[in-house]
Design a protein around this ligand. Structure first.
Ligand code: HEM
Length: 123
């Protein structure tokens, strides 16, 4: 049986990879660097891998803390944040002119995800 700790490692590792891949694309957007398909690919793949790891770890953690079906509000909020992080990558690529706003949004969203995980507001 996969332990709570292992799921947490998977979850946090996914989060690290998420911010690495988003960070690289922010760098190119800020500096107006045009990446071709081949150059973008590894970052997009790692972004996908990160979302998968976060989801796997997240739902594994939920099972280990005894939440299955009928999710509390804080879980729905995290799922929404996860979805926004999923769409964000395309926004950074398609709308580099608003990348500074998106950068701020990324930090704020990250903050909320950590806050929600720790304080579980609205139960
Ligand atoms: C489907 C989406 C997600 C689900 C179901 C989920 C679920 C969880 C659960 C159950 C925990 C453990 C809570 C506890 O042990 O009391 C947790 C911890 C955490 N989550 Fe998520 N999460 C999701 C997405 C995210 C995202 C997108 C981020 C950040 C970008 C994130 C950041 C964190 C952090 C920082 C922790 C705390 C880790 C620690 O205590 O060391 N989560 N999450």
């Amino acid at each position: 049986m996969v332990s709570y700790e292992v799921y947490k490692i998977i979850h946090v590792l996914g989060i690290m990879i998420l911010f690495l891949s988003i960070g690289a694309l922010f760098y190119t957007a800020f500096n107006k660097i045009q990446l071709d398909k081949k150059q973008k690919r590894p970052w997009l793949i790692m972004h996908g891998v990160s979302l998968f790891l976060i989801l796997l770890g997240g739902f594994g953690l939920l099972a280990r803390i005894g939440i299955s079906g009928g999710f509390p509000t804080w879980v729905w909020l995290k799922i929404i944040i996860w979805g926004i992080f999923g769409g964000l990558i395309m926004l950074i690529i398609k709308l580099p002119q608003i990348s500074k706003v998106l950068y701020l949004l990324t930090i704020i969203l990250g903050f909320f995800a950590i806050y929600i995980a720790n304080y579980k507001p609205f139960l």
